[in-house]
Design a protein. Structure first.
Lengths: 267, 384, 285
């Protein structure tokens, strides 16, 4: 079992090792090692386009994942045990949101939002001097639509299988529904929310095709990387990938250490 | 070129470049002596008050959004533009002309300046997505400095919609270790791909060049939309498909790790592959093929129009453009800029092929972009 | 807190409902309208009312056929690889390490998919794994740009999406239950079949459904690891919307795709419900 898990982790990290290796290339190809150098790290850190794109991606992924987790969990809670037409309608929307291919929802969202903005903007501008346009907000909203549906599916799966007797018992014992939620339900569904959050963040951080349409004049990291194909992708992108990876692994180690210390204190 | 039209000479420009590369002068000094002063002087002549920098920013706005190709600019040029005008350049990058067009058609792009290729411009005009240029706001644009063929596509019915930037070609890259020399005709490309190089050739995931070069194989025009000629091309492509290594516009990885031996290839990629791996050569197809030219243009709904003009004008300054060319390596259409570039660049057979090789090439035509038959042919080829 | 259950429910559903209304129903209306329209002469959409686009669907038959073959296969492969890992993480790992190991499953996906695919191009290409085969005497192995390479790419790319729901379902498995079964002399394979597997079913269903649905719209893996020679519906859509800009036909293809998926998922849900007796809802329609 342990051996199998190790093999799967190896499978997952083998390409990452290759990426890190090529990031040290002195040449200008992202797919070949031509001498050893760390110059691409310097280039990446000094390239304002890349760093801005990276920062935009992190912000969009984080905000959309938080919103998707909260709103998706709320919906999943409400949908559990619910029947009737409202439930069926909601289920249909959740599924269709996951089913529409990214390219289609991307372009359709852009066209729909631009049409709405055209109607709303003159009125809004007169009232507040402010105009709606495509950008950070539309990115978060479009990514969130998809990832919120992921969260609903995962959290609801967990809810449906929970021991409802436990929740009812808590309510019977006089705990308010909020208290029941905090002390009984939330801890029970926490792994599902975490799984949903991680999938949401990852989807948003790595999405090219939806972002391509709804980003307005923002550039996310995947947009930058994909458009580089035509002119040759450089190891700069490998360097960024490696740095993101090292930073995430570092955070993970810190979190693990803190968890341990917490455990030790409790004992 | 005389020094009157180029305020700094090639010799001086290159001297400064070498000093900068050696580290004996700062980037700021280099940028300063190689054109900033002159660029701004010319601009201020046309737009009084521009030199007063930030004071002018109110009229120009605080930003310009530029939709362009990746690795196509020297970022330092934009910093300098910001310093001088207060306008921050926000850069959006794109992978293909069709993507740019699709996004402008869908609306809400927020772009101020974009960089279309020759064959798309008339489509932008027809779809009413592009702004006629007010040449008086582009004093650094000197139409005489450009060969007509690189500038023609920007002018439609006497109205200038776009001014030229860089140009390039689409040819064949081949690994001579395996192909025994440079492959320099579409005949040997497609015939070899089905024979001795089976499983080793790549064509673009892009109808213009893939169908175009298959047409050229038969001696038809690169831009043909005639049904019988397209039928020839389709037969060839379907026939060659099982023998292809890949259908992709991202052909560098396959060429670099040696899995693929030959591919349809754009100038810039050809140059990059060749300088990293000398065994990979680049040649234009004898029978013909594509030559292209990129332009600067302003979309109809540009939110910062004045800044857009200022940015284009700035990027057209020969010294600024020369620094751009040194950064991206594509051939420049502006003879004033070429006068500043190192001779070895201008003599490079990949970037600046001999004139007789170029004469067989064709500029892509707008009809290919909108012809539904070519699109359907491509879909049948890919799903065959 | 004097909210009735009904009020609470409405309160919880409103944000999601508004989100769906603005960003799903509105774009969906655009797609439907487009699918009955026409292609503009310069590309894009021209208003109209015609069934022409739907009548033209057979022109993309090959793409639908390819997708319908490889998507179920890819889903199955991902399930087979993911299940043991999810089981290991949920049941065998101590609670202190669980979260860390779970996050480790997804961290590789925070580098650009394009760069990860490049790594696979190298690994599956002539200088990667085939070179190893060569070295041990098996020559002429070709991996890159084959359907097999696409399958590897699919398993790799969709692993977390399969692992997470199964992990979530198994995580609450009461280990005492398994120990009790063992004490009673139940062989491990039997307690797996009778306790663990049924418990994990909701997760398996959610995971397979998600992976299957997303695979149906996949375009990158076939383009990069399949060398563009394997043509999925997703690739057809990208070409129609971005290259030939035939938005009307593209919309019709998209509607057809969603309808097929809804049918498949509904049938699958029915089938699954029959096998998970006593559960009125297993996270499916």
């Amino acid at each position: 079992m342990r051996l199998y898990a190790t093999a799967v982790y190896l499978f997952l990290y083998l390409p990452i090792g290759i990426i890190a290796l090529f990031s040290l290339s002195a040449g200008r190809s992202a797919t070949q090692l031509q001498g050893i150098s760390i110059k691409w790290y310097g280039r990446a850190l000094n390239n304002p386009f890349v760093m801005e794109a990276l920062w935009t991606s992190v912000k969009v992924a984080f905000v959309s994942a938080v919103l998707a987790s909260v709103v998706g969990t709320m919906a999943a809670l409400a949908l559990t045990g619910m029947k009737g037409r409202l439930r069926a309608g909601f289920d249909l929307m959740v599924h269709v949101a996951v089913m529409i291919p990214g390219i289609v929802i991307g372009i359709a969202t852009l066209i729909a939002l631009v049409s709405v903005f055209d109607i709303v903007n003159p009125w809004l501008e007169a009232a507040s001097g402010y105009r709606l346009s495509m950008g950070f907000g539309s990115l978060v909203a479009a990514h969130g639509l998809f990832t919120m549906s992921l969260v609903v599916l995962i959290v609801r799966g967990r809810m449906e299988a929970l021991d409802r007797a436990l929740i009812e018992a808590s309510n019977d014992l006089g705990a308010g529904s909020l208290a029941t939620f905090r002390q009984v339900t939330l801890p029970l569904i926490a792994p599902a929310i975490l799984a949903g959050f991680l999938l949401s963040f990852t989807f948003s951080f790595d999405d090219f095709i939806i972002a391509f349409f709804v980003a307005g004049s923002e550039t996310t990291l995947p947009i930058y990387v994909f458009s580089s194909i035509r002119r040759g992708v450089t190891p700069e992108i490998n360097a960024i990938g490696t740095m993101v990876m090292v930073a995430s692994l570092g955070l993970l180690i810190v979190a693990q250490l803190m968890l341990r210390r917490g455990d030790a204190r409790r004992q | 070129m005389t020094d009157e039209s180029t305020p700094i000479s090639r010799k001086k420009f290159l001297e400064e470049l070498r000093r900068y590369e050696k580290g004996s002068v700062t980037r700021r000094h280099f940028l300063g002596v190689t054109g900033l002063g002159t660029a701004m002087a010319v601009m201020s002549g046309a737009m009084p008050g521009l030199v007063s920098g930030r004071a002018r920013a109110q009229e120009l706005g605080d930003r310009a959004v530029l939709a362009t190709w990746p690795n196509y600019h020297d970022p330092a040029n934009f910093d300098l533009f910001t310093d001088e005008t207060g306008v921050f350049t926000q850069v959006n990058v794109f992978g293909s002309n069709e993507e740019m067009l699709a996004k402008l058609q869908a609306g809400g792009s927020g772009w101020d300046v974009f960089v279309p290729t020759n064959y798309t411009i008339s489509t932008y005009v027809e779809a009413d997505l592009i702004e006629p240029l007010d040449i008086s706001k582009l004093p650094n644009y000197d139409a005489k400095a450009f060969q007509a063929r690189f500038a023609d596509a920007g002018t439609i019915d006497g109205t200038v919609y776009a001014v030229p930037k860089n140009w390039g070609t689409t040819g064949i890259a081949s690994n001579s270790n395996h192909t025994g020399g440079v492959v320099d005709s579409w005949k040997s490309f497609f015939d070899g791909a089905r024979d001795q190089w089976t499983g080793r050739a790549m064509v673009h995931d892009y109808q213009l060049t893939t169908i175009g070069n298959a047409l050229v194989y038969f001696g038809h025009s690169f831009n043909s939309v005639a049904p019988n000629e397209l039928a020839d091309a389709e037969k060839l492509l379907i026939d060659v498909k099982p023998h292809l290594f890949a259908i992709t516009s991202d052909y560098q990885p396959g060429m670099r790790n040696g899995d693929a031996w030959l591919t349809m290839c754009w100038t810039g990629d050809g140059k990059q592959l060749n300088s990293d791996m000398p065994e990979i050569g680049f040649a234009l197809g004898k029978e013909g093929g594509e030559i292209w030219s990129d332009y600067y243009a302003i979309p109809k709904d540009a939110p910062h129009r004045e800044a857009a003009y200022a940015l284009i004008n700035y990027l057209l300054t020969p010294e600024v453009n020369a620094r751009e060319a040194l950064a991206h390596g594509y051939p420049v259409a502006d003879s004033r800029t070429n006068a500043l570039l190192p001779e070895e660049l201008l003599d490079d057979p990949i970037l600046y092929p001999a004139a007789e090789r170029l004469s067989a090439l064709e500029f892509g035509a707008a009809a290919t972009l909108t012809d539904p038959n070519r699109a359907e042919l491509m879909a049948r080829f890919k799903s065959a | 807190m004097a909210l009735t259950q009904k009020q609470t429910r409405w309160l919880l559903l409103t944000p999601a409902g508004l989100w769906y209304a603005a960003l799903l129903l509105l774009p969906l209306a655009v797609v439907l309208i487009f699918s009955f329209g026409e292609r503009n002469a310069v590309g894009g959409y021209a208003p109209g009312f015609t069934f022409e686009q739907y009548a033209n669907l057979p022109a993309r038959f090959a793409a639908f056929r390819n997708t319908m073959t490889l998507a179920p296969l890819g889903t199955l492969a991902a399930l087979l690889i993911a299940y043991p890992l999810a089981y290991f993480l949920a049941v065998k790992v101590s609670s202190r390490w669980k979260t860390t190991l779970l996050v480790l499953v997804i961290v590789p996906f925070w580098t650009s998919i394009l760069i990860r695919s490049y790594a696979w191009i190298f690994l599956l290409g002539g200088r990667g794994i085939p070179a190893l085969f060569d070295w041990v005497g098996i020559e002429g192995v070709r991996l890159i740009n084959t359907p097999f390479a696409v399958l590897i790419g699919i398993v790799y790319g969709y692993l977390p999406l399969m692992v997470f729901p199964i992990y979530v379902a198994l995580e609450k498995l009461d280990k005492q239950l398994l120990e009790a079964a063992a004490d009673l002399g139940t062989p491990p394979w039997r307690s797996f079949l009778q306790i663990t597997l049924p418990l994990s079913m909701p997760g398996v269903l959610t995971g397979t459904m998600l992976v299957f649905i997303l695979l149906m719209g996949e375009f990158l893996i076939p383009a990069i690891l399949g060398g563009g020679k394997v043509f999925f519906v997703g690739n057809a859509l990208v070409d129609l919307f971005l290259q030939s800009r035939n938005w009307a036909f593209g919309s019709a293809v998209a509607v057809a795709l969603v309808v097929i998926m809804l049918i498949v998922v509904t049938l699958y849900g029915r089938l699954a419900r029959r096998f998970s007796v006593g559960r009125d809802d297993v996270g499916l329609m």
